[in-house]
Design a protein around this ligand. Structure first.
Ligand code: NAP
Length: 242
């Protein structure tokens, strides 16, 4: 039987590339999304054509009850979750003074509470098995600051703190917790910046271009496949924040 992986926010972008890489590596995968059922189904169909075992599941990771129901469904249909990738995330670029409390809270609810809810939901099985792993998706703004990114950056710093503390706590239980910190990756999330800004950013990146979702997925797979790595934050950014 294939081991089951849950990738949050995997209908599009980086999450979709991670789900595809895991499916191709032999994992049974749950593709989670919040709105874009069309994208999730499209990806699932593509992966099933290649022999993958894939289900899709709508759930807002900010909603504890929805997360618990999703994890129960994955367990029933694919088996207990052995790998959780906390990828779902939202961003909002604006000046600190303009951030309204609802926006601040939503960024924390999805980016940070989402990791909390999903990790707690999958842990009982992992603790029982004395095995399992969690990969969190932070950002270069999780270790560096940037203008107009205060709320997003604060959430991504929190994810790195969670990764390090949880890895220390869970290593004796045989569970690994790692993190990837992407730079500017060419997905829907960064399109709000506009073409001109993105071209300018590409010019500032030592490797001279934006990253591709598949390049982040390859790093996630490398972390998943290396049994002696835990508590690490690996940057995938073309040298942007050396
Ligand atoms: P994206 O293209 O905007 O895709 C976001 C994904 O998350 C979609 O699948 C979306 O589902 C899902 N999602 C959003 N809110 C959710 C919620 N509350 N519950 C469940 N799923 C939710 O984003 P991306 O660029 O691939 O980013 C993925 C992760 O990488 C995020 O954590 C982001 O912060 C991080 N990251 C991105 C970059 C970058 O440059 N792109 C850089 C560093 C870090 P729907 O399709 O249903 O809307």
């Amino acid at each position: 039987m294939r081991r089951a992986a849950l990738v949050t926010g995997s209908s599009r972008g980086i999450g979709a590339a991670i789900a595809a890489a895991l499916s191709e590596a032999g994992w049974a995968v749950c593709v989670n999304y919040i709105e874009r059922a069309d994208k999730a189904e499209e990806l699932a169909a593509r992966l099933r054509e290649r022999g993958g075992e894939v289900i899709t599941c709508q759930a807002d990771v900010a909603d504890r009850a929805a997360v618990d129901a999703m994890v129960a469904r994955v367990e029933a249909e694919l088996g207990p979750v052995s790998l959780l990738v906390n990828n779902a995330g939202v961003a909002k670029q604006q000046q600190f003074q303009d951030i309204d409390p609802a926006t601040w809270q939503r960024l924390f609810a999805v980016n940070v509470n989402g990791c909390f809810h999903c990790s707690q939901a999958v842990l009982p099985h992992m603790l029982h098995e004395h095995a399992g792993q969690i990969v969190n998706v932070s950002s270069i703004w999780g270790s560096h600051g940037a203008s107009c990114e205060a709320a997003y950056s604060a959430t991504k710093h929190a994810i790195i703190g969670l990764t390090r503390s949880l890895s220390a706590e869970l290593a004796p239980s045989g569970i690994r917790v790692n993190c990837v910190a992407p730079g500017v990756i060419d997905t829907d999330m960064v399109q709000v910046l506009g073409r001109e800004t993105l071209e300018g950013l590409a010019g500032e990146i030592p490797l001279g271009r934006l990253g591709r979702p598949e390049e982040v997925a390859r790093m996630v797979l490398a972390l998943v496949e290396n049994p002696y790595v835990t508590g690490q934050v690996i940057t995938v950014d073309g040298g942007f924040v050396i």
